[in-house]
Design a binder for this molecule. Structure first.
Ligand code: MG
Length: 385
């Protein structure tokens, strides 16, 4: 065996090792601007590396998942959420003989376009841009990787493959976009489906953990949720003397394991039954083949409903969201009223992207702490955050 594994050898191994309906890097539709392939990294490994080196990836560290960054050092932010999701996605992709690198690239990129302050930020931008092209975080992620990252001399953006961009878009492209958008079948690739489901596994579980840590939700309330009750009951029976914190950690580990186990086993059964011969047959399926058993799907829905009612709509979270919405609405008003307040690099894009979209890109790209610092500087207060 030779010491160095070349890209061609890696691509050959993918053909042998991956399922027939997995996306192979050698079969990629390529990039909008053609590039010479790398000597030992596959096309999707290169996408993944470009995403990790992007400025927008580093900004995820100071973007809210549920809790604003200064509320505590142990809560998830979008960066740690992304890393937890990526780790789960690799496990699922590997177990199903799918292309782990593609699933990883998609999930590492999936939240790049999230504005500051989580869904509150997305809501306020969608409102401000109503009638002006709207706002959607998946579309914003595509704008970042296609247009807004500046790292290469020959093109704007990261020039990712069509397959990674398709996974990022999730629901197809309903908007005008200056670059060719990836073609879409009835279903996205399985790797894109994996990224989507593993995002959900990651946030559901870590939001439970953060919700308990913050005491916005309690163990007593969670006893009404069968999925939690079973997992926690099992842990308490197996390790009655463990501390409460360890029991919570073990319950969440058990829940992730249960979800991942059911997902890969149910999906494997559906794949065996449908037996798609290749990627094209997989894309033509009338419904998604990646998913849980009906029983677990229902239990997960109950758990998510619980979080929706008790955590995402907790008075503390709602009050924080309202303050966050005020921060972004105030900044929008200042920048739109007096473009001289914007940095020159934003004004420089008024011509090509239009002034509204250039300001939207700037505000959406902000971290929570930068938006708060701008609010203090330009409006004179911290909006109670
Ligand atoms: Mg996410």
């Amino acid at each position: 065996m030779k010491a160095l594994r070349t890209r061609e050898e890696w691509e050959r191994e993918e053909r042998e090792r991956l399922a027939p309906y997995a996306v192979r890097s050698a079969d990629s539709l390529g990039r909008v601007v053609p590039e010479v392939e790398h000597p030992y990294r596959s096309a999707f490994q290169r996408d993944r590396d470009r995403i990790v080196h992007a400025r927008a990836f580093r900004r995820l560290e100071y973007k809210t998942q549920v809790f604003v960054h200064h509320e505590g050092d142990h809560y998830r932010n979008r960066l740690t959420h992304t890393l937890e999701g990526a780790q789960i996605a690799r496990t699922v992709a590997r177990a199903l003989r799918l292309n782990e690198d593609l699933a990883e690239a998609v999930i590492l990129a999936h939240d790049l376009g999230h504005p500051p302050f989580g869904h509150a930020g997305e809501r306020v931008l969608a409102e401000l841009l109503r009638g002006d092209g709207g706002f959607d975080h998946n579309r914003q992620t595509l704008r970042i990787v296609d247009l807004l990252e500046e790292r290469y001399p020959g093109f704007r953006g990261l020039n990712l493959t069509f397959e990674t961009r398709e996974g990022i878009l999730k629901h197809g492209c309903r908007w005008e976009h200056p670059l060719p958008v990836p073609p879409r079948g009835a279903q996205p690739s399985l790797e894109a489906q994996v990224a989507d489901r593993c995002d959900e596994i990651a946030y559901t579980n870590h939001d439970l953990d953060d919700g308990l840590r913050s005491e916005l939700i309690g163990l007593g309330q969670l006893a009404e949720v069968p999925l939690w009750r079973d997992a926690h009951g099992d842990v308490c029976a197996r390790m009655p003397d463990a501390g409460a914190g360890v029991k919570v950690a073990q319950t969440i580990a058990g829940l992730i394991n249960r979800l991942v186990g059911d997902l890969v086993e149910s999906t494997a059964a559906r794949l065996t039954a449908a037996a798609p011969a290749d990627v094209a047959a997989l894309r033509a399926q009338p419904q998604r083949l990646l998913g849980y058993s009906p029983g677990l799907e229902k239990s997960l829905r109950e758990l998510k409903d619980f979080l929706y009612r008790n955590l995402y709509h907790h008075p503390h979270v709602i009050a924080t969201n309202q303050r966050a919405e005020r921060v972004l609405a105030d900044l929008w008003k200042v920048y739109r009223g007096d473009p001289e307040r914007l940095p020159p690099h934003v004004r420089a894009r008024f011509g090509e992207d239009g002034d509204t979209r250039a300001v939207a890109d700037y505000v959406a790209g902000m971290t929570d702490r930068f938006a708060l610092a701008e609010h203090r500087r330009l409006v004179g207060d911290d909006a109670g955050l």
